[in-house]
Design a binder for this molecule. Structure first.
Ligand code: ATP
Ligand code: MG
Length: 238
């Protein structure tokens, strides 16, 4: 296991964070005085209707966007003090992203897509990269599709390629924004089986969903509305 995964400190601590987007002359208040701690090993789900701020929060977790004020500590480091280069390094080393639309590169075959985070990392030789990619393709049940074009795969297979790609650098945190949003319920269950398996092995997972049926897979659920966290009862009646 990754050394940083063995610490007792929380992986993520957010204190009183706000996010504003400038819209014309106004400021849109998208995240409102949020406090959140994510412990290592959690499978946290963020539920909320469209526009509630889920993706904005995920982008902040992943250093793809910044908070307007408040404090964000990732693995005890103050993210506001990191340079863009440091953030890119941390992102590539510690974070794995999975999206609703997969974002595979069509000009590359399946295995080459999975190799990409290792290419960015720039540490491994070609042969080693290929072996690692094959190992993760095997894990998601796609060992026979190594040389296929991504356009020849079903949606569920494409999402499995994206999961393999998210895993090759052995991230501390897997972030999945609506990973089953484009999939039918049976294929979604296959994807959730992979994610829950990874969580049982110790990976911390944060997943965004609209779908109440997904919450059964979570170890904790956060409910969002209009940039606020609500408790479950308040959310149901909101
Ligand atoms: N770059 C931006 N500039 C201005 N406003 C933005 C920007 N990104 C998001 N917003 C606004 O912030 C709010 C939250 O958006 P966000 O994408 O986080 O919602 P979401 O909960 O992920 O919704 P969905 O379920 O539709 O993906 C929305 O009102 C959106 O219009
Ligand atoms: Mg979103």
């Amino acid at each position: 296991m990754n050394q940083a995964n063995e610490k007792n400190s929380p992986l993520i601590v957010m204190k009183n964070i706000n996010k504003y987007y400038p819209v014309g002359k106004n400021q849109l208040h998208v995240l409102k005085n949020l406090d959140l701690t994510i412990e290592r090993g959690e499978f946290l789900m963020i539920m909320g209707k469209s526009g509630s701020g889920k993706t904005t929060l995920m982008n902040i977790f992943g250093f793809l966007d910044t908070i307007s004020d408040g404090e964000y500590l990732f693995d005890e480091q103050d993210v506001s003090k990191l340079t863009e280069n440091q953030k890119s390094d941390l992102r590539n080393k510690y974070l794995g992203f999975i999206f609703q639309q997969f974002f595979l590169i069509q000009s590359l075959n399946v295995r080459q897509n999975v190799e990409l985070p290792m290419v960015y990392e720039g540490k491994r030789k070609d042969r080693e990269r290929q072996d690692v990619a094959k190992k993760y393709l095997d894990m998601v049940g796609l060992d026979t599709k190594e040389k296929s074009k991504t356009t020849e795969l079903s949606g569920g297979q494409q999402q499995r390629v994206a999961i393999a790609r998210a895993l090759v650098n052995e991230p501390l945190l897997i972030m999945a924004d609506e990973p089953t949003g484009a999939l039918d319920s049976e294929t979604s269950a296959d994807i959730m089986a992979i994610l829950t398996g990874l969580n049982k092995e110790g990976k911390t997972i944060v997943m965004v969903t609209h779908d109440n049926d997904m919450t059964k897979y979570a170890s904790r659920v956060i409910y969002m509305k209009d940039g606020l966290f609500l408790d479950e009862e308040a959310y149901k009646h909101a």
